[in-house]
Design a protein around this ligand. Structure first.
Ligand SMILES: Nc1ncnc2c1ncn2[C@@H]1O[C@H](COP(=O)(O)OP(=O)(O)OP(=O)(O)O)[C@@H](O)[C@H]1O
Ligand SMILES: [Mg+2]
Length: 299
């Protein structure tokens, strides 16, 4: 009896000791993993930061050089005896460069606001087809110049959805701008809006352009990520349009999906919940919190 009790006490204490050793080992292992992932995150952040600085200096310097160079020429127009047509052309170049600069700065401010979870939506009921038609119209001239046709197909029974119209313009402007940029002459773009049986709306932006492989899609969704250096130089940009579009769709409780293959074109699906789903979500703090986490996780 005594022996048995002693034996049980001893085996209990061995078990306790073993449990505490195991616990320590697990804690040490977790600490090592946390340390490792913090290091990887820091390395990644530093890589993204250097790429960002390299990208930014190009993106900011190019238009600034245009502004400085051509405004100097304008200031000297009398001495240089510039004809009126040239004066107008230089003023237009300065205007374009300044507008581009403003767009880049706005994108940087947007992405940092979204990442810090301080982005607010002004959600109202709106017609997505009106927004799509006006964004398509704004790209007609650029598409014509690139030799690319834009087709649109809107379901006649599209339900109104709830969302921030300005942000929706931004989402589809970013997607259309990519479709035009990455599609060669004689290619085409189709914008389609469909109604889901649950009152959701799906917008598809499809192009017959250069496409992306699976790992390239991951790069494209990373802020400042451009698929490959030579292609990025071929078509200028900052690498912010797509991550911003995805984050804005997610802030509305929707999803952005990319289907693409190299040389086979790209299809981007924006799936928006029914207006009831979004309005219910807006009054729900936990949804907003969850959503911001999700957004932070994806950009
Ligand atoms: N429709 C598309 N077809 C092929 N590649 C695409 C397409 N859309 C995006 N990409 C790739 O993804 C990258 C990131 O796109 P994103 O819109 O974020 O940046 P960007 O267009 O280069 O610059 P910007 O900040 O001016 O939009 C692009 O540089 C391109 O390599
Ligand atoms: Mg873009």
């Amino acid at each position: 009896m005594l022996n048995g009790a002693f034996g049980t006490t001893r085996s209990n204490s061995l078990m306790n000791e073993y449990a505490s050793l195991l616990g320590d080992a697990v804690l040490r292992h977790r600490a090592r993993i946390a340390e490792q992932s913090a290091r990887i995150e820091a390395e990644l952040a530093s890589k993204v930061k250097s790429e960002f600085i390299a990208n930014m200096s190009h993106e900011l310097r190019t238009p600034l050089n245009t502004v400085i160079g051509f405004s100097k020429l304008l200031a000297e127009h009398e001495r240089r005896k510039l004809p009126d047509t040239e004066i107008v052309e230089y003023a237009q170049l300065i205007n374009d460069a300044a507008a581009h600069l403003l767009a880049v700065i706005n994108d940087i401010l947007d992405i940092s606001k979204i990442q810090s979870g301080r982005y607010t939506l002004d959600a109202r009921e709106m017609n997505i087809d009106e927004i799509l038609q006006s964004v398509i119209a704004s790209f007609r001239a650029a598409a014509d110049e690139a030799g690319v046709k834009i087709h649109s197909r809107m379901a006649i029974d599209l339900p109104p959805i709830r969302g921030d119209a300005v942000k929706f313009r931004q989402i589809f402007t970013n997607l259309l701008s990519n479709a035009v940029k990455f599609t060669r002459a004689n290619g085409s773009i189709t914008v389609e809006a469909l109604r889901g049986s649950d009152g959701s709306v799906t917008v598809l932006v499809r192009d017959t352009g250069i496409g992306m492989g699976d790992d390239e899609i991951l790069v494209a969704l990373t802020p400042f990520g451009q698929v490959d250096g030579s292609r990025a130089r071929w078509r200028e940009g900052t690498g912010l349009g797509l991550p911003i579009a995805k984050a804005l769709v997610e802030l509305h409780g929707g999803r952005l999906e990319i289907r693409s293959a190299r040389g086979m074109g790209t299809e981007i699906a924006v799936i928006l919940p029914s207006r009831y789903a979004v309005s219910a979500a807006e009054t729900n703090d936990s949804y907003l919190h969850h959503d911001q986490d999700a957004t932070n996780a994806t950009i």
